[in-house]
Design a protein around this ligand. Structure first.
Ligand code: 5GP
Length: 360
């Protein structure tokens, strides 16, 4: 038995030190960077915000909104070849949309068909397996790189240096990092496995950059400040699911619930307030297995949950808030370019990050 004594950190365990800078206004910073990859010869200019390939958010609708801002969207695995073909023929997907695949043969055949039949439409692929430590993941990375040398290939999920390095050297451009930090995830409860997200980013980004690769921090964003901290710690991209799931554009009906308030109207009746929600579920939840596959295999336990998320404003407003927060962060730390954010970031370790006295 071994134990690592050093305390591992999450977003909530740190705040960022403000620094004197020559930037006078947030309008002077550039949140778009140029991405150059280890294997994929294409260059992409964008903001490294990416929507997760979860069923309610990794959708065509959400993708269209992300593309407008030069942000990314990873489409979920449940679209048919025809759906994908139609979407990529009509939209500018080449740089900002990732197709997702797991380890199933039918996933491979679907992606192969799209990449072969539409060679200039969509060349970004994400191999998404909750546990990338199993050997078949590396084998698939090697196979994809050999078969499609020019694709932008992301693979996950990992949380340690050795696997990140191995996957990049095997053909991945970007490794998706994070285990157990997702908002709809219960892996840590069910298996005890996981790693705090900030320490994951520190270690994985360092090794990825050392061998010419990149990382995408996946999961655990609660506040816009967490996106800034993820970039600050070295992430090249930041993936979110739950953060977008409350937007009206996410899939799913709006649920309205009525609550009695403490106030009364003129007739002495309690004033009823309405609140609106969207349903969001983990992709390894029993709910997802029943909805998208033929139910939960008996050898598996559910590793995700179903939650109702308060309805947010539109996705465009959310993206504007994210970019506004990021610009402000860059102004505080004196980083003119997104690429410079991590070298301009110094963290304080804190016991408390927020004053919540007036929060319910
Ligand atoms: P969020 O932004 O909601 O905190 O995290 C999104 C990430 O959670 C996804 O990109 C994915 O990696 C992870 N995730 C999604 N569904 C599940 C699930 O059912 N179980 C686990 N363990 N992780 C999930």
């Amino acid at each position: 038995m071994k134990i690592y004594e050093q305390t591992e950190l999450d977003f909530k365990d740190v705040l960022v030190k403000p620094k004197r800078s020559y930037i006078n206004s947030r309008s002077e910073v550039d949140v778009i960077r140029e991405y150059k990859f280890k294997w994929c010869p294409r260059r992409i200019s964008g903001t490294g915000i990416i929507v997760s390939n979860m069923a309610t958010v990794g959708t065509f609708d959400i993708a269209k909104h992300m593309i407008k801002n030069k942000m990314f969207c990873c489409l979920h695995k449940h679209y048919s070849v025809n759906d994908l073909a139609e979407f990529i023929s009509q939209n500018d997907c080449r740089d900002y949309v990732f197709l997702s695949m797991g380890l199933r043969q039918e996933d491979y055949e679907k992606i192969e068909q799209i990449l072969t039949q539409y060679p200039d439409k969509c060349r970004n692929v994400c191999i998404d397996v909750p546990n990338a430590y199993i050997p078949r993941v590396k084998e698939l990375v090697m196979k994809m790189r050999e078969k499609f040398p020019d694709i932008l290939l992301m693979v996950g999920n990992a949380v340690t240096a050795e696997l990140v390095e191995d996957l990049i050297l095997s053909g991945a451009d970007i490794v998706k990092c994070g285990i157990g930090s997702g908002s709809a995830c219960i892996t840590r409860r069910v298996t005890g496995v996981g790693r705090p997200q900030l320490s994951t980013i520190f270690e994985c980004a360092d090794v990825a950059h050392g061998v010419g690769g990149m990382i995408c921090s996946d999961g655990g964003v609660v506040y816009i400040g967490d996106i800034c901290k993820a970039f600050g710690a070295g992430a090249d991209m930041v993936m979110m699911g739950g953060f977008y799931a409350g937007c009206p554009e996410a899939t799913g009906d709006i649920i309205t619930k009525k609550y009695k308030t403490n106030q009364i109207d003129e007739d002495g009746n309690a004033i009823i307030e309405e609140k609106h929600f969207k349903v969001f579920y983990g992709m390894s939840s029993e709910y997802a297995q029943n909805k998208h596959y033929c139910g939960m295999p008996t050898y598996r336990a559910s590793e995700g949950r179903v939650v109702e998320i308060p309805l947010k404003e539109s996705i465009d407003k959310l993206n504007q808030d994210i970019l506004g927060g990021l610009r402000s962060y860059m102004t505080y730390i004196g980083a003119r370019r997104l690429k410079d954010v991590s070298k301009c970031t110094t963290f304080y370790r804190v016991n408390t990050q927020l004053n919540t006295v007036f929060e319910k």
